[in-house]
Write a protein that binds this ligand. Structure first.
Ligand SMILES: [Zn+2]
Length: 143
């Protein structure tokens, strides 16, 4: 199996469902950074079958709301001195601000550049939607 050195200080995003790793890589703009980053895809996993892993050799702020939106089952490990010092889980966010747009073209959040789109989690027919706080339109979100 592919061997990647453990990281001394940084962040490991683990248990990413196979296929979501590249989406997170893009959202975190990891193609633009100046420190080492590893994206592992299709790693065998007992829990998931296959998973993706991202290793970031630096402390950066990761947006846990955004990560939860893309993949609510992933874990974020903070590494210091070669040891995991903090393990964080994410969940489907109840509230989302500014990460995507309302699908209603007449919504104030689309016409007024000063209004940041704001949503609350909503369920309808067993599916997950985000309801706009301004116009109440339901937006289904997929990255
Ligand atoms: Zn709206």
């Amino acid at each position: 199996m592919l061997k990647v050195n453990s990281i001394f200080c940084g962040i490991v995003i683990d248990h990413i469902a196979a296929g979501n790793g590249i989406k997170i890589f893009d959202k975190l703009k990891l193609d633009e950074v100046k420190f080492p980053v590893v994206l592992l895809i299709n790693v065998p996993s007992r829990k998931l079958g296959r998973k993706d892993i991202i290793k970031i050799e630096n402390k950066i702020d990761v947006d846990l709301t955004m990560l939860g939106l893309i993949d609510p089952n992933l874990t974020v490990n903070i590494i210091e001195n070669d040891k995991i010092i903090n393990k964080m889980t994410v969940s489907i966010p109840e509230e989302v601000q500014g990460l995507f747009k309302c699908k209603n073209p007449r919504c104030v959040s689309n016409s007024d550049g000063y209004v940041s789109p704001k949503f609350r989690l909503a369920h309808s027919n067993g599916k997950i939607y985000y309801q706009c706080s301004y116009c109440e339109e339901l937006t289904s979100y997929s990255v």
